[in-house]
Design a protein around this ligand. Structure first.
Ligand code: PEP
Ligand code: MN
Length: 375
Protein backbone atom coordinates (compact mmCIF):
# COMPACT_ATOMS: atom_id res chain seq x y z
CA UNK A 1 0.00 0.00 0.00
CA UNK A 2 1.24 3.50 -0.83
CA UNK A 3 0.03 6.77 0.67
CA UNK A 4 -1.91 9.01 -1.64
CA UNK A 5 -0.06 12.27 -0.97
CA UNK A 6 0.15 15.02 -3.56
CA UNK A 7 3.68 16.32 -3.07
CA UNK A 8 6.02 18.64 -4.94
CA UNK A 9 9.72 17.83 -4.93
CA UNK A 10 11.89 19.37 -2.25
CA UNK A 11 13.75 21.41 -4.87
CA UNK A 12 10.53 23.35 -5.62
CA UNK A 13 10.66 25.04 -2.21
CA UNK A 14 14.15 24.91 -0.81
CA UNK A 15 17.59 25.28 -2.41
CA UNK A 16 18.86 21.74 -2.73
CA UNK A 17 22.36 22.32 -4.12
CA UNK A 18 24.22 21.90 -0.82
CA UNK A 19 24.98 18.37 0.29
CA UNK A 20 23.71 17.54 2.80
CA UNK A 21 20.77 19.92 3.08
CA UNK A 22 21.01 21.56 6.51
CA UNK A 23 18.42 23.68 8.29
CA UNK A 24 20.03 25.16 11.39
CA UNK A 25 19.45 27.77 14.05
CA UNK A 26 18.78 28.13 17.73
CA UNK A 27 16.20 26.08 19.56
CA UNK A 28 14.62 29.39 20.62
CA UNK A 29 14.94 32.97 19.48
CA UNK A 30 16.02 34.62 22.75
CA UNK A 31 17.14 38.13 21.88
CA UNK A 32 17.48 40.01 18.61
CA UNK A 33 21.28 40.01 18.99
CA UNK A 34 21.50 36.27 19.71
CA UNK A 35 19.31 35.38 16.71
CA UNK A 36 20.88 37.77 14.21
CA UNK A 37 24.46 37.00 15.27
CA UNK A 38 23.82 33.23 15.11
CA UNK A 39 22.26 33.65 11.67
CA UNK A 40 25.31 35.55 10.41
CA UNK A 41 27.71 32.87 11.64
CA UNK A 42 25.56 30.13 10.12
CA UNK A 43 25.31 31.91 6.77
CA UNK A 44 29.09 32.42 6.74
CA UNK A 45 29.69 28.67 7.00
CA UNK A 46 28.22 28.29 3.51
CA UNK A 47 26.73 24.98 4.68
CA UNK A 48 23.31 26.10 5.88
CA UNK A 49 20.28 26.45 3.62
CA UNK A 50 17.61 27.77 6.01
CA UNK A 51 17.43 29.34 9.46
CA UNK A 52 15.28 27.73 12.14
CA UNK A 53 14.20 29.25 15.45
CA UNK A 54 11.36 28.60 17.87
CA UNK A 55 9.43 31.69 18.88
CA UNK A 56 6.50 29.89 20.53
CA UNK A 57 7.91 27.08 22.63
CA UNK A 58 5.85 24.12 23.87
CA UNK A 59 7.26 23.52 27.36
CA UNK A 60 6.57 20.52 29.52
CA UNK A 61 6.17 22.56 32.74
CA UNK A 62 4.57 26.00 33.13
CA UNK A 63 6.86 28.79 34.20
CA UNK A 64 9.68 27.77 31.89
CA UNK A 65 10.62 30.07 28.99
CA UNK A 66 7.68 29.77 26.59
CA UNK A 67 9.21 31.58 23.67
CA UNK A 68 9.72 35.24 22.90
CA UNK A 69 6.49 35.40 20.88
CA UNK A 70 5.51 37.57 17.92
CA UNK A 71 8.39 40.04 18.31
CA UNK A 72 10.65 37.18 17.21
CA UNK A 73 9.05 37.36 13.75
CA UNK A 74 10.61 40.80 13.26
CA UNK A 75 14.02 39.51 14.36
CA UNK A 76 13.70 36.62 11.92
CA UNK A 77 12.95 39.06 9.12
CA UNK A 78 16.02 41.09 10.01
CA UNK A 79 18.13 37.92 10.04
CA UNK A 80 16.74 36.95 6.63
CA UNK A 81 17.33 40.41 5.15
CA UNK A 82 20.92 40.50 6.34
CA UNK A 83 21.92 36.91 5.53
CA UNK A 84 19.60 35.85 2.74
CA UNK A 85 18.66 32.70 4.68
CA UNK A 86 14.98 31.68 4.41
CA UNK A 87 13.31 31.25 7.79
CA UNK A 88 11.52 28.33 9.48
CA UNK A 89 9.46 28.29 12.68
CA UNK A 90 7.11 26.01 14.59
CA UNK A 91 3.39 26.78 14.53
CA UNK A 92 0.94 25.17 16.94
CA UNK A 93 -2.28 27.18 16.56
CA UNK A 94 -4.26 28.92 13.81
CA UNK A 95 -3.10 32.24 15.26
CA UNK A 96 0.55 31.22 14.94
CA UNK A 97 -0.08 30.31 11.29
CA UNK A 98 -1.75 33.66 10.57
CA UNK A 99 1.04 35.65 12.22
CA UNK A 100 3.78 33.63 10.55
CA UNK A 101 2.22 34.05 7.12
CA UNK A 102 1.68 37.77 7.66
CA UNK A 103 5.33 38.16 8.64
CA UNK A 104 6.47 36.21 5.57
CA UNK A 105 8.08 33.22 7.31
CA UNK A 106 9.26 30.90 4.53
CA UNK A 107 8.75 27.44 6.04
CA UNK A 108 6.48 26.29 8.86
CA UNK A 109 6.71 23.14 10.90
CA UNK A 110 4.28 21.27 13.12
CA UNK A 111 5.93 20.20 16.39
CA UNK A 112 5.93 16.74 17.93
CA UNK A 113 3.51 17.75 20.67
CA UNK A 114 1.02 19.02 18.08
CA UNK A 115 1.25 16.01 15.76
CA UNK A 116 -0.13 13.81 18.56
CA UNK A 117 -3.38 15.76 18.56
CA UNK A 118 -5.63 15.56 15.49
CA UNK A 119 -7.69 18.55 16.72
CA UNK A 120 -4.58 20.71 16.78
CA UNK A 121 -3.34 19.43 13.43
CA UNK A 122 -6.75 20.05 11.86
CA UNK A 123 -6.84 23.59 13.27
CA UNK A 124 -3.42 24.26 11.71
CA UNK A 125 -4.49 22.62 8.43
CA UNK A 126 -7.64 24.76 8.25
CA UNK A 127 -5.60 27.91 8.78
CA UNK A 128 -3.33 26.83 5.92
CA UNK A 129 -6.10 26.27 3.39
CA UNK A 130 -5.51 28.20 0.18
CA UNK A 131 -1.94 29.14 1.14
CA UNK A 132 1.19 28.10 -0.73
CA UNK A 133 3.74 27.68 2.05
CA UNK A 134 6.03 24.72 2.71
CA UNK A 135 5.16 22.73 5.83
CA UNK A 136 7.21 20.10 7.65
CA UNK A 137 5.53 17.70 10.06
CA UNK A 138 7.51 16.32 12.97
CA UNK A 139 6.78 12.79 14.12
CA UNK A 140 4.47 12.56 17.14
CA UNK A 141 6.02 12.24 20.61
CA UNK A 142 4.74 8.66 20.88
CA UNK A 143 5.77 5.93 18.46
CA UNK A 144 2.57 5.89 16.41
CA UNK A 145 3.11 5.91 12.65
CA UNK A 146 -0.61 6.46 11.93
CA UNK A 147 -0.62 9.75 13.84
CA UNK A 148 2.35 10.95 11.82
CA UNK A 149 0.71 9.89 8.56
CA UNK A 150 -2.64 11.36 9.66
CA UNK A 151 -1.06 14.74 10.31
CA UNK A 152 0.69 14.71 6.91
CA UNK A 153 -2.62 13.80 5.26
CA UNK A 154 -4.54 16.56 7.04
CA UNK A 155 -2.00 19.20 5.95
CA UNK A 156 -1.88 17.78 2.43
CA UNK A 157 -5.70 17.67 2.22
CA UNK A 158 -5.71 21.39 3.03
CA UNK A 159 -3.82 21.90 -0.23
CA UNK A 160 -0.24 22.06 1.04
CA UNK A 161 1.89 20.24 -1.52
CA UNK A 162 5.29 21.54 -0.41
CA UNK A 163 5.44 18.98 2.31
CA UNK A 164 8.13 17.13 4.26
CA UNK A 165 8.34 15.00 7.38
CA UNK A 166 10.80 15.56 10.22
CA UNK A 167 12.09 12.56 12.12
CA UNK A 168 12.90 13.74 15.69
CA UNK A 169 12.65 10.46 17.58
CA UNK A 170 10.05 9.08 19.99
CA UNK A 171 9.49 9.24 23.70
CA UNK A 172 10.17 6.01 25.56
CA UNK A 173 9.96 5.14 29.25
CA UNK A 174 13.24 3.28 28.99
CA UNK A 175 16.24 5.46 29.70
CA UNK A 176 18.77 5.12 26.90
CA UNK A 177 21.59 7.21 25.47
CA UNK A 178 19.01 9.15 23.46
CA UNK A 179 16.61 11.85 24.62
CA UNK A 180 14.13 10.49 22.09
CA UNK A 181 14.58 6.99 20.72
CA UNK A 182 15.18 7.18 16.95
CA UNK A 183 13.11 4.04 16.20
CA UNK A 184 14.49 4.13 12.69
CA UNK A 185 12.06 1.47 11.48
CA UNK A 186 9.14 3.91 11.85
CA UNK A 187 10.87 6.45 9.59
CA UNK A 188 11.71 3.64 7.17
CA UNK A 189 8.05 2.55 7.15
CA UNK A 190 6.99 6.11 6.33
CA UNK A 191 9.54 6.23 3.51
CA UNK A 192 8.27 2.92 2.17
CA UNK A 193 4.66 4.12 2.26
CA UNK A 194 5.44 7.52 0.74
CA UNK A 195 8.67 7.24 -1.28
CA UNK A 196 8.38 10.79 -2.63
CA UNK A 197 7.88 12.45 0.73
CA UNK A 198 11.15 14.09 1.82
CA UNK A 199 12.24 13.18 5.34
CA UNK A 200 14.45 15.57 7.28
CA UNK A 201 16.24 14.13 10.28
CA UNK A 202 16.50 16.14 13.52
CA UNK A 203 19.49 14.69 15.37
CA UNK A 204 19.31 17.43 18.03
CA UNK A 205 16.01 16.29 19.54
CA UNK A 206 16.86 12.61 19.07
CA UNK A 207 20.17 12.94 20.94
CA UNK A 208 19.52 15.57 23.58
CA UNK A 209 23.31 15.92 23.73
CA UNK A 210 26.10 17.03 21.41
CA UNK A 211 28.16 13.83 21.49
CA UNK A 212 25.83 11.62 19.45
CA UNK A 213 24.78 14.19 16.84
CA UNK A 214 27.29 13.07 14.21
CA UNK A 215 26.42 9.41 14.63
CA UNK A 216 22.68 10.04 14.21
CA UNK A 217 23.16 12.47 11.31
CA UNK A 218 25.34 9.93 9.48
CA UNK A 219 22.84 7.15 10.01
CA UNK A 220 20.02 9.36 8.69
CA UNK A 221 22.00 10.11 5.54
CA UNK A 222 22.83 6.44 5.11
CA UNK A 223 19.09 5.73 5.26
CA UNK A 224 18.70 8.20 2.38
CA UNK A 225 16.94 10.92 4.34
CA UNK A 226 16.90 14.20 2.45
CA UNK A 227 18.36 16.59 5.00
CA UNK A 228 19.13 17.52 8.58
CA UNK A 229 17.68 20.01 11.03
CA UNK A 230 20.28 20.81 13.68
CA UNK A 231 20.03 23.27 16.55
CA UNK A 232 22.86 25.79 16.59
CA UNK A 233 23.37 28.66 19.04
CA UNK A 234 26.07 31.30 19.20
CA UNK A 235 26.80 30.25 22.80
CA UNK A 236 25.05 26.97 23.71
CA UNK A 237 26.23 27.07 27.33
CA UNK A 238 23.87 29.97 28.05
CA UNK A 239 20.97 28.89 25.81
CA UNK A 240 17.55 29.39 27.41
CA UNK A 241 16.26 26.06 26.05
CA UNK A 242 17.90 22.78 25.02
CA UNK A 243 21.37 24.00 26.07
CA UNK A 244 22.82 20.47 26.20
CA UNK A 245 22.11 19.63 22.57
CA UNK A 246 22.93 22.84 20.72
CA UNK A 247 26.24 23.37 18.92
CA UNK A 248 28.07 26.52 17.89
CA UNK A 249 28.03 27.32 14.17
CA UNK A 250 31.71 26.34 13.94
CA UNK A 251 31.09 22.94 15.61
CA UNK A 252 28.23 22.51 13.18
CA UNK A 253 30.60 22.90 10.25
CA UNK A 254 33.01 20.36 11.76
CA UNK A 255 30.13 17.93 12.22
CA UNK A 256 28.93 18.40 8.63
CA UNK A 257 32.44 17.98 7.25
CA UNK A 258 32.87 14.66 9.02
CA UNK A 259 29.75 13.23 7.35
CA UNK A 260 30.18 10.82 4.46
CA UNK A 261 27.75 11.25 1.60
CA UNK A 262 26.73 8.05 -0.14
CA UNK A 263 24.51 7.61 -3.18
CA UNK A 264 21.23 5.69 -3.15
CA UNK A 265 21.88 4.42 -6.68
CA UNK A 266 24.83 2.46 -7.88
CA UNK A 267 26.96 3.96 -10.61
CA UNK A 268 29.40 2.00 -12.76
CA UNK A 269 28.77 -1.40 -14.32
CA UNK A 270 31.30 -3.32 -12.27
CA UNK A 271 29.70 -2.16 -9.01
CA UNK A 272 26.24 -2.87 -10.40
CA UNK A 273 27.23 -6.44 -11.30
CA UNK A 274 28.76 -7.05 -7.89
CA UNK A 275 25.70 -5.70 -6.13
CA UNK A 276 23.38 -7.74 -8.37
CA UNK A 277 25.35 -10.89 -7.53
CA UNK A 278 25.16 -10.23 -3.79
CA UNK A 279 21.45 -9.42 -3.99
CA UNK A 280 20.86 -12.60 -5.91
CA UNK A 281 22.57 -14.47 -3.12
CA UNK A 282 20.38 -12.76 -0.52
CA UNK A 283 17.22 -13.57 -2.51
CA UNK A 284 18.15 -17.26 -2.49
CA UNK A 285 18.84 -17.24 1.23
CA UNK A 286 15.52 -15.47 1.92
CA UNK A 287 13.73 -18.18 -0.10
CA UNK A 288 15.31 -20.85 2.10
CA UNK A 289 14.43 -18.91 5.28
CA UNK A 290 10.76 -18.79 4.23
CA UNK A 291 10.71 -22.43 3.14
CA UNK A 292 12.10 -23.45 6.51
CA UNK A 293 9.61 -21.20 8.28
CA UNK A 294 6.74 -22.89 6.44
CA UNK A 295 8.13 -26.32 7.44
CA UNK A 296 8.38 -25.13 11.03
CA UNK A 297 4.77 -23.96 11.03
CA UNK A 298 3.59 -27.31 9.67
CA UNK A 299 5.24 -29.00 12.64
CA UNK A 300 3.65 -26.42 14.93
CA UNK A 301 0.25 -27.47 13.55
CA UNK A 302 1.00 -31.11 14.36
CA UNK A 303 2.02 -30.13 17.88
CA UNK A 304 -1.17 -28.07 18.20
CA UNK A 305 -3.33 -31.07 17.25
CA UNK A 306 -1.41 -33.31 19.63
CA UNK A 307 -1.79 -30.85 22.52
CA UNK A 308 -5.48 -30.56 21.81
CA UNK A 309 -6.04 -34.32 21.76
CA UNK A 310 -4.16 -34.70 25.02
CA UNK A 311 -5.55 -31.67 26.84
CA UNK A 312 -2.21 -29.90 27.17
CA UNK A 313 -1.95 -26.09 27.40
CA UNK A 314 -0.56 -24.24 24.39
CA UNK A 315 2.14 -22.45 26.33
CA UNK A 316 4.68 -24.22 28.51
CA UNK A 317 6.81 -21.50 29.99
CA UNK A 318 9.75 -23.80 30.71
CA UNK A 319 9.94 -24.97 27.14
CA UNK A 320 9.82 -21.38 25.87
CA UNK A 321 12.60 -20.32 28.28
CA UNK A 322 14.69 -23.24 27.11
CA UNK A 323 14.18 -22.35 23.44
CA UNK A 324 15.01 -18.72 24.07
CA UNK A 325 18.21 -19.44 26.00
CA UNK A 326 19.49 -22.12 23.65
CA UNK A 327 18.77 -20.22 20.45
CA UNK A 328 20.11 -16.90 21.70
CA UNK A 329 23.41 -18.53 22.74
CA UNK A 330 23.58 -20.24 19.37
CA UNK A 331 22.87 -16.94 17.61
CA UNK A 332 25.65 -15.28 19.62
CA UNK A 333 28.08 -17.99 18.56
CA UNK A 334 27.06 -17.27 14.96
CA UNK A 335 27.86 -13.60 15.54
CA UNK A 336 24.21 -12.52 15.35
CA UNK A 337 23.16 -9.86 17.83
CA UNK A 338 21.27 -11.37 20.79
CA UNK A 339 18.64 -8.58 20.57
CA UNK A 340 17.95 -9.49 16.97
CA UNK A 341 17.79 -13.21 17.78
CA UNK A 342 15.38 -12.58 20.63
CA UNK A 343 13.10 -10.34 18.55
CA UNK A 344 13.03 -12.87 15.72
CA UNK A 345 12.23 -15.74 18.08
CA UNK A 346 9.46 -13.77 19.74
CA UNK A 347 7.91 -13.10 16.35
CA UNK A 348 8.09 -16.77 15.35
CA UNK A 349 6.80 -17.84 18.74
CA UNK A 350 3.80 -15.52 18.66
CA UNK A 351 2.85 -16.86 15.22
CA UNK A 352 3.16 -20.43 16.57
CA UNK A 353 0.87 -19.54 19.48
CA UNK A 354 -1.61 -17.90 17.14
CA UNK A 355 -1.70 -21.03 14.96
CA UNK A 356 -2.12 -23.38 17.93
CA UNK A 357 -4.86 -21.17 19.41
CA UNK A 358 -6.68 -21.44 16.10
CA UNK A 359 -6.40 -25.23 16.24
CA UNK A 360 -7.52 -25.42 19.90
CA UNK A 361 -10.59 -23.29 19.23
CA UNK A 362 -11.51 -24.70 15.88
CA UNK A 363 -14.47 -26.77 17.08
CA UNK A 364 -15.64 -24.18 19.55
CA UNK A 365 -15.56 -21.57 16.82
CA UNK A 366 -17.41 -23.97 14.53
CA UNK A 367 -20.03 -24.69 17.22
CA UNK A 368 -20.50 -21.01 17.94
CA UNK A 369 -20.94 -20.35 14.24
CA UNK A 370 -23.50 -23.19 14.03
CA UNK A 371 -25.44 -21.82 16.98
CA UNK A 372 -25.52 -18.42 15.36
CA UNK A 373 -26.84 -19.78 12.09
CA UNK A 374 -29.55 -21.74 13.92
CA UNK A 375 -31.08 -18.87 15.85
C1 PEP B 1 12.05 22.22 18.47
O1 PEP B 1 12.29 21.94 17.30
O2 PEP B 1 12.64 23.09 19.11
C2 PEP B 1 11.03 21.42 19.18
C3 PEP B 1 10.32 21.90 20.19
O3 PEP B 1 11.00 20.20 18.72
P1 PEP B 1 9.98 18.95 18.98
O4 PEP B 1 8.63 19.40 18.53
O5 PEP B 1 10.59 17.92 18.09
O6 PEP B 1 10.10 18.60 20.43
MN1 MN C 1 14.73 22.43 20.87
Amino acid sequence: MKLDLNIQPLSSWIKTGKEPLVIAGPCSAETEEQLVATAHLLAKTGRVTALRAGIWKPRTRPGEFEGIGSIGLEWLNRAKEETGLPTAIEVATAKHVEEALKAGVDILWVGARSTVNPFTVQEIADALRGVDVPVMVKNPVNPDLSLWIGALERINNAGITKLAAIHRGFSSHEKTAFRNEPMWDLAISLKTLAPHLPIINDPSHICGNRELLGYVAQKALDLDMQGLMIESHIDPSVAWTDAKQQVTPSSLVELIERLTLRKPDVQGNELKDKLAELRNHIDKIDDVVFQKMAERMQIVEKIGNYKKENGITILQVNRWDEILNKRVSYAKALKLSPEFAEKLLELIHSESIRKQTEIMNKDQAGQAQEKLTHV
